[in-house]
Ligand binder design. Structure first.
Ligand code: IMP
Ligand code: MG
Length: 180
């Protein structure tokens, strides 16, 4: 039972659905007349990406990237590696980077540099969760689902050691799970 390892439910399925719909509405309004390219940073953002794109009422294209920074720990290593690059060119495109959670900012700080060099028309960041207290790099997101305190959370795509992504809600993981 994966639910047993959850200390507290932070956002229910319904709350997530509602907030993602609002973000989609905001993006629809902001990008009217354009065709943004949504870039999902895998794996954590896969569920958010699926729901977000379906709440945007515009032509969009999607692409995916795999980067890794964490391994099995709960603290970013500061080392970011592109494990799978985008399939399409981003030159001249209006990019929206879709992230699960903005924590230290290491991942996006590095990724933004890489992507800017490929000459997109614009880049904005959309993150489902933001933990500003933990930031060590000067990164802010343009679209934020929820601003949360410093706790390790899982569910709705977010993992601990590759598990718990399939929880339909977002919850705080019991520290006993990773202190073992
Ligand atoms: P950053 O590079 O420290 O900003 O970390 C970004 C990545 O770390 C996110 O995309 C997540 O994959 C992972 N991460 C950070 N905090 C959490 C958390 O509370 N739960 C699960 N994954 C997290
Ligand atoms: Mg992760």
């Amino acid at each position: 039972m994966i639910h047993r390892d959850i200390e507290q439910v932070l956002y229910t399925e319904e709350e997530l659905r509602q907030r993602v719909k609002e973000l989609g509405g905001q993006i629809t309004a902001d990008y009217a007349g354009r065709m943004p390219m949504l870039v999902s940073v895998l794996r954590g953002s896969y569920i958010f990406m699926a729901d977000l794109t379906r709440s945007i009422n515009l032509d969009v294209t999607v692409d995916f990237m795999v980067v890794s920074s964490y391994g099995a720990g709960t603290v970013s290593s500061g080392q970011v590696e592109i494990k799978k690059d985008l399939s399409d060119s981003i030159e001249g495109r209006d990019l929206i980077i879709v992230e699960d959670i903005l924590d230290s900012g290491n991942t996006l700080y590095y990724l933004l540099d890489v992507l800017k060099a490929r000459k997109p028309a614009s880049i904005r960041l959309c993150t489902l969760m933001d933990k500003p207290e933990r930031r060590t790099k000067p990164i802010t997101a343009d679209y934020v689902g929820f601003t949360i305190p410093d706790a390790f959370i899982v569910g709705y795509g977010l993992d601990y050691d590759e598990k718990y992504r399939n929880l339909p809600y977002v919850g705080v993981l019991k520290p006993s799970v990773y202190e073992k």
